[in-house]
Ligand binder design. Structure first.
Ligand SMILES: Cc1cc2nc3c(=O)[nH]c(=O)nc-3n(C[C@H](O)[C@H](O)[C@H](O)COP(=O)(O)OP(=O)(O)OC[C@H]3O[C@@H](n4cnc5c(N)ncnc54)[C@H](O)[C@@H]3O)c2cc1C
Length: 442
């Protein structure tokens, strides 16, 4: 205990993740210096100086812990004494089965609770360089200030730090119709049949291209326009605009792909590549897009074999600073090359308020345990916390790592034929038991 009281953890960034990490440490008896630049300098998306400001929607999404992965994550965080969940519950506004909050009341509550905690010192300062020593948690989020991003790039290798996400939709494997699709290598090169292929006729392709051109899109924000994204991740609708055949010579190229049903190459194909080690999630290769979400679901379900597709994530393109976490971090979120530094929140490649706070919670607990000379076992993969952490620290594909919300596709699969609702309930009941056992063992 004496050792802990004489030691401090430096948290950089007082958003969702940094605030939760600070709370977990402080409650564990560890002193925290929480450096937050707002108050000295703003970001393009925040409007206030409050900690844990919600930059856009006021929703924490579904609060249904029986049937929904993010609802389950809420429940697990409440069990672990989350400040973010405490403040959200205290400032809840009516939103059906979703948990939505009064954003000002919520952020004020988080700020006040941390400011009043005797173990927390909040310092309004911008940090430009990763500290060379001392336990540190970097939780500077999707809009990490430029100088620090440069320092992170220098420590991780520039190619492991992204400034834009280019998100292709991700589909749950079990919702793909394999009577229509087939496995083959990319453009039939090589021996391994690693890609799922969805065949299209000429009419289907032309209608699909037209759908891309006509579909409603979201605009880039003013401050996103200066950040280049186009290296290899042009939105699919921009490629479609370039000409009738551009997609057929690009991501939808059918060359070499004999459809086993016809023995011929289709006119075009949509290819999906495995996205997680479990093989439950598959991403639509080259389909990063600014189409609105509703439009994506409607249009992508016209692709043969994807008529009943369930999307774990829809496509997008945003300014977003994040590291290639599965490559760079160990199982307790430490930078392998500089283990005094942990990362937490959206900068690790999780996506969303709740997920960011959840990873902050774990980072805080891991750091507290490390200071006490203990090992904090990560939560089991069958819990929402463990599934999300597992994705970030090893489960995801490192060659094209992109941000991800929590979803049941990150959980070890429960096999067998059953209704979707029954499967979800099995996931959540298994998670509750696993979390209880894990907490009892600590
Ligand atoms: C425009 C936009 C809209 C979004 N909309 C939603 C949404 O509707 N729903 C949703 O769930 N998620 C949304 N997100 C994602 C959202 O940002 C994250 O889910 C969440 O805020 C990330 O939490 P975080 O703690 O990682 O980062 P943040 O909450 O952004 O906190 C990071 C903090 O670090 C500070 N900081 C940055 N650099 C430095 C530095 N060098 N020194 C000191 N402090 C620094 C920042 O000021 C900030 O307070 C949105 C993101 C953006 C950019």
């Amino acid at each position: 205990m004496t050792k802990m009281m004489n030691t401090q953890v430096h948290i950089i960034g007082g958003g969702l993740a940094g605030s939760e990490a600070a709370w977990q440490l402080a409650q564990g008896g560890v002193r925290v210096r929480l450096s937050e630049m707002r108050g000295v300098e703003g970001t393009p998306a925040h409007h206030t100086d409050s900690l844990a400001e919600l930059v856009c929607s006021n929703s924490f999404r579904s609060d249904d812990a029986q049937n929904n992965a993010v609802g389950l994550l809420h429940a697990e965080m409440r069990t672990m004494g989350s400040l973010i969940m405490e403040a959200a519950d205290a400032h809840k506004v009516p939103a059906g089965s979703a948990l939505a909050v009064d954003r000002d009341g919520f952020a004020a509550a988080v700020t006040e609770r941390l400011a009043a905690h005797s173990n927390v010192e909040i310092v309004r300062e911008r940090i430009d360089v990763l500290p060379a020593s001392g336990l540190t948690i970097v939780a500077t989020g999707p809009l990490t200030a430029a100088a620090l991003a440069g320092s992170i790039g220098a420590a991780t290798g520039a190619e492991a730090l992204a400034f834009f996400d280019a998100i292709a939709p991700i589909v749950h494997r079990e919702s793909i119709d394999m009577d229509v699709c087939w496995m083959a290598s990319r453009w039939d090169k090589g021996d391994t049949k690693d890609y799922i292929n969805c065949p299209m006729t000429r009419d289907q392709y032309l209608a699909f291209r037209q759908g891309l051109l006509d579909g409603d899109k979201t605009e880039f924000k003013e401050w996103e326009r200066d950040t280049p994204y186009f290296e290899g991740c042009m939105p699919i609708e921009v490629a479609a605009e370039r000409g009738e055949d551009t997609l057929r010579y690009g991501p939808m190229k059918p060359v070499g792909l004999d459809d086993p049903k016809t023995g011929r190459w289709p006119y075009a194909v949509v290819q999906l590549r495995q996205d997680n080690a479990l093989g439950t999630l598959w991403n639509m290769v080259g389909f990063q897009t600014k189409l609105k979400h509703g439009e994506q679901v409607r249009l992508f379900r016209t692709i043969p074999g994807l008529e009943n597709a369930e999307f774990a994530r829809l496509g997008g393109l945003h300014r977003n600073t994040f590291i290639n976490a599965p490559k760079l971090l160990d199982a307790t979120l430490r930078l392998k090359s500089a283990p005094h530094i942990r990362f937490a929140g959206q900068i690790t490649g999780c996506e969303g308020y709740v997920e960011s706070a959840a990873i902050g919670l774990l980072a805080g607990r891991f750091a507290a345990a490390e200071l006490a000379g203990e090992t904090h076992a990560p939560p089991p993969f069958t819990t929402a916390l463990g599934a999300l952490l597992g994705h970030i620290t090893g489960g995801a594909d490192t060659t094209n790592y992109q941000p991800m919300n929590v979803n049941f596709g990150l959980f070890p699969p429960i096999e067998g034929r059953m209704k979707k609702a029954s499967r979800r309930q099995l996931y959540t009941s298994r998670a509750k038991e696993a979390l209880a056992e894990w907490m009892a063992a600590r």
